[in-house]
Design a protein around this ligand. Structure first.
Ligand code: SF4
Length: 207
């Protein structure tokens, strides 16, 4: 598998840049500032993981993972935001980041996501797109027949927006802003680069 695909390169550059910068910034507490600001998001992710374990896990295991038909974690199938990487970087040890970089330089060749290892995802806090992914079959067979469950899932979707959707000041925008202020730039800074998201910010008057 080509380690220099545009996808891998973008990811690697973002990781290298963030980890280098956090190492340099240790002295003035950037990591602690980010961890502190990220606490409510991490609590949301914990609640989400507990819900998925309780309500989706058995279905996913029986429907897909046992016979390897899962559409989750397919190769270069996910959008990672710069903020996802920043959050994961502060939640990881230097060794865990080195493993991500090594994996990107030596990608698997079976059509699965580069970050998928034998023991699961290599991220400590997986990208929000992955965390919120549900396949059509789960929607049809688990959520649709159960309005209460569907409502809980819709509430999680709304909570996700509270951190990621820039129609108000959100954590994902703050994180990009923070690193831009520190002199960093990445194509993964979608809240500062995606025309669609910029339009939403302009409409909300937060540009
Ligand atoms: S959960 Fe992890 S392994 Fe799966 S697609 Fe997301 S980043 Fe890749």
């Amino acid at each position: 598998m080509n380690p220099d695909s545009a996808y891998n390169l973008e990811q690697r550059r973002a990781w290298e840049m963030i980890s280098r910068h956090l190492a340099r910034a240790e002295g003035y507490g950037l990591r602690l500032e980010i961890l502190d600001r990220t606490r409510p998001y991490l609590a949301f992710r914990k609640e989400l993981a507990a819900f998925q374990d309780a309500r989706f896990k058995d279905f996913c295991t029986a429907a897909c993972f046992n016979d390897s038909t899962s559409a989750c974690c397919s190769r270069e199938g996910i959008v990672t935001f710069f903020a996802d990487a920043a959050i994961n970087a502060v939640a990881s040890t230097p060794e865990q980041i080195q493993l991500l970089l090594h994996t990107l330089a030596n990608p698997r060749s079976d059509g699965r996501c580069v970050y998928l290892s034998n023991t699961g995802c290599l991220w400590q806090v997986s990208p929000v797109v992955c965390a919120m992914f549900v396949c059509d079959r789960l929607e049809r067979e688990v959520l649709a027949p159960n309005p209460d469950l569907q409502k809980t899932w819709d509430d999680f979707q709304a909570k996700r927006k509270f951190f990621t959707w820039p129609d108000r000041p959100v954590l994902f925008d703050w994180l990009e802003e923070k690193f831009i202020g520190e002199g960093l730039d990445s194509p993964l800074m979608y809240l500062h680069k995606s025309p669609g998201l910029l339009k939403i910010k302009a409409k909300a008057g937060i540009l």
